[in-house]
Design a protein around this ligand. Structure first.
Ligand SMILES: [Zn+2]
Length: 226
């Protein structure tokens, strides 16, 4: 499991380490040239210098968004914090509510923000007011995993995950969604220790699958690079 391979104190950046955005197609990559569109990133001359030996720099734009970075840090903190003594609040009819229940809720925040990034990027190609309206009307995660995904990408979220070789990710996410909804509405023990453990185990796999989907659905080659 990925957690066992980390050095003490190492961040949970995981699949984002070394990733950057292709300057041309926008893909999330870690190789130059881009393995999606083939664009070769080359050093550019640093402006503002007057001599004939202007230094050149090869720079990349990092792929991870700030909110993703912060949420991964919060997940790490939540997982590593010491457990505290039980109270009556966490003991419901003899069934303990897991102490790291917030771990699952934090993960779901991460997943929803990733899906928001994916749809926002895809809809950059249509007029901003229309995109904003569509995103607002379809801002719940059920739509974004369901009919809105079908509408925007002309396939289902499940089929897309199957096509990139991650069929179990869909089942895990649906289970998480249902348990999280049950927790919010009427079942405080819907999130159990097994679900928390599964969420940790699949944390990097889900983000890796999301990056594949993003590169498959949200990259656009420029005309000069076709
Ligand atoms: Zn590219």
């Amino acid at each position: 499991m990925w957690l066992q391979n980390l050095e003490p104190g190492e961040s949970w950046m995981g699949v984002w380490k070394g990733k950057f955005l292709c300057f041309d197609c926008g893909a999330i990559i870690e190789q130059n040239p881009c393995d999606i569109c083939g664009y070769l990133h080359t050093p550019f001359v640093i402006p503002g210098l007057q001599n004939n030996e202007q230094p050149k720099a090869l720079t990349f734009k990092g792929a991870i968004h700030e909110n993703t970075y912060i949420t991964l840090g919060l997940l790490k903190r939540e997982w590593e914090r010491p457990l505290i003594p039980e109270s009556d609040v966490t003991d419901l009819l003899g069934q303990k509510i897991p102490q790291r229940i917030a771990f699952v809720l934090l993960f779901w925040t991460l997943f929803e923000s990733l899906m928001d990034r994916m749809f926002s990027k895809k809809l950059e190609s249509i007029p901003p007011k229309i995109a904003k309206n569509l995103l607002k009307k379809n801002n719940n995660i059920s739509a974004r995993m369901g009919e809105f995904y079908q509408l925007v990408f002309d396939t289902s979220f499940k089929d897309d995950l199957i096509q990139i070789g991650s069929p179990l990710i869909y089942d895990h996410l649906k289970n998480l969604q249902e348990r999280r909804n049950a927790f919010i509405h009427d079942n405080p023990i819907a999130i159990n220790e097994q679900l928390i453990s599964d969420t940790l185990i699949h944390l990097q796999d889900i983000q890796a699958a999301w990056i594949k989907l993003y590169n498959k659905r949200c990259t656009v080659k420029s005309n000069t690079n076709l």
